[in-house]
Structures are given as C-alpha cells and as structure tokens.
Design a protein around this ligand. Structure first.
Ligand code: ATP
Ligand code: MG
Length: 250
C-alpha cells in the first residue's frame, strides 16, 4: 500500500553551520502542512541559521531535510524555492532600485501545485498600503512597507512553506499590527505552513499554535504555544530574560 507524502517541512537531527563551525547541533522539527510554528530564542542562538539551512545557504554536516515528503537536503537554494519554500529574510533584501510592482514581478513564478495562487493584485489586497506605493522604488519605502513587500515577494512563488525571519523587528506598533494582520490572514486561510522566527515572543505565540525555543543551537522547548503563554516564568527562563524584565521585553 502506498502512503501519500507528508505535507510540510521535516528537519531531522540537523547539524549545520558556517564552514567547519557547527551552530545547530541535533535540531529536529516537524511543521505539518498549513500549520504555524513560532521559533523563539535569544539573539545569536541560531534562529536565522536554521532558516538559512532550510533554504540551503549554510554548510550541512548531517541530518535530513524534507519538504512535502521530498528530500531537499542537497538541493540548490533556487530548487528549494521552486519546490515550495518561501523565504522572508531578516534583512528583507528587497530590490531598492526596482518599484514595488517590479519587485513582485521579478518574484513571479508558478508554484508546484498547478495554477499559481498568487498575483500582485492578491498581494495588494493582503497589504493595501503596498497598492498605494506600487510605483515607488524600494529605497523610498518605510521599514514596514519593505517588510510587507518582502512577504509579498515570498508569496509570489506560491510557497507551501513560508519561513519568516523576525518580520516585526524594528517596526512601529501600528505597523506591527498591519504586518501581523497579514500573517494572521495567511494562517486563517490555510495559505501555507508558516515558520515564524520572532523576538516578540508573545505576539508570535498568539499567532502560532506550536512553539519551539532554541538555545545555543539546541531545541530547549517544543510544544503548545498557549501552554507557554500561560507560564510566563518558564518562557522568560527559556528566553534567557530576567523575571522582572519580561513584561517590557516580551
Ligand atoms: N555568516 C556567518 N558566518 C559565521 N558565523 C555566523 C554567520 N552568521 C551567523 N553566525 C554565527 O552563528 C550563530 C547563530 O547566529 P544566528 O544569526 O543564526 O542567530 P539568531 O538566533 O538569528 O540571532 P538574532 O536574534 O540576533 O537574529 C552566532 O554565533 C553567529 O555569530
Ligand atoms: Mg537572526
């Protein structure tokens, strides 16, 4: 009897880093199709390295990476994108000398699952602010608009799994709300599985059903987001934040 491939992303016992330097040491995670996982942890514990490893931008020393049941551990980054991975990098990395329209057009690519699901019009519907800026150059956009464009660009490749690296970082509260509303909508509409790296732990735990905390390249928590929200002391201990600082920091 044949079994259908498991939708989503599976990392099994990953060892990865930069050249000989190992940053991630035995990391495993499962992100079932259309689910949402918050990936938390202090600065420098390896969150970006984990996303970069999924995309194929680090040195993989061992372990298995599967996307929708397919082994992608040795695939080139552009292949991983074609196979259904969308990446929203921490530095956003939009094209500054192209307009919003052009940034989205460059990213347009049919997904693997038949008809393309995303178009610039649909991105503009998700983030109406971008529609007003469509003829503006990347360099003219605010941080929040750049972030929305980075998310929109990732969506244009019709991903089944989308990796977001601190999408709320450095944004004013009102812009945080707009970006978060877009992410919430993607989740509600089962658009793709989402791996959400965030320093704003409470916001991320509010969006994602499951959470994982990294510390120095190892998984120190994996479980239900709501359970972690109900245990602020545990959360602050896992995040390495002193008890009294938690309310303002998280
Ligand atoms: N290109 C690189 N070459 C060598 N080492 C790197 C490189 N990028 C990151 N590192 C190291 O890998 C470790 C993990 O860094 P990483 O950027 O993954 O952390 P992070 O959890 O994303 O931190 P932050 O919250 O600050 O974004 C750190 O010790 C960092 O110095
Ligand atoms: Mg990072």
């Amino acid at each position: 009897m044949s079994t259908s491939p498991v939708a989503g992303l599976v990392l099994d016992n990953i060892r990865a880093g930069y050249g000989e330097t190992v940053v991630l040491d035995g990391v495993s995670l499962t992100l079932p199709g259309k689910s949402t996982l918050a990936l938390l942890g202090r600065n420098g514990v390896g969150k970006t390295t984990l996303l970069a490893t999924v995309m194929g931008h680090t040195t993989l020393h061992g372990g298995r990476i599967e996307l929708d049941g397919r082994d992608i551990a040795r695939a080139a980054p552009y292949r991983r994108c074609r196979l259904g991975l969308g990446w929203v990098p921490q530095e956003r990395e939009i094209f500054r000398s192209l307009t919003v329209d052009e940034n989205l057009a460059v990213a347009e690519r049919a997904g693997t699952g038949g008809a393309p699901r995303w178009s610039p019009a649909r991105v503009y519907e998700l983030f109406p602010v971008l529609a007003d800026r469509r003829r503006h150059y990347g360099i003219q956009l605010s941080g929040g608009e750049q972030q929305m464009l980075a998310i929109g660009r990732a969506l244009m490749s019709n991903p089944s799994v989308i990796l977001m690296d601190e999408p709320l970082e450095g944004l004013a509260p009102v812009i945080v709300d707009a970006v978060l509303a877009g992410i919430e909508r993607l989740r509600r509409e089962d658009e793709a599985a989402i791996l959400l790296v965030e320093q704003h732990a409470r916001l991320a735990l509010g969006v994602a059903e499951r959470a994982m905390v990294l510390d120095r390249g190892k998984v120190v928590y994996e479980g239900d987001s709501r359970a972690l929200l109900r245990e602020p002391e545990r959360l602050s201990a896992l995040m390495g934040v002193e008890g009294r600082a938690i309310a303002s920091t998280l």
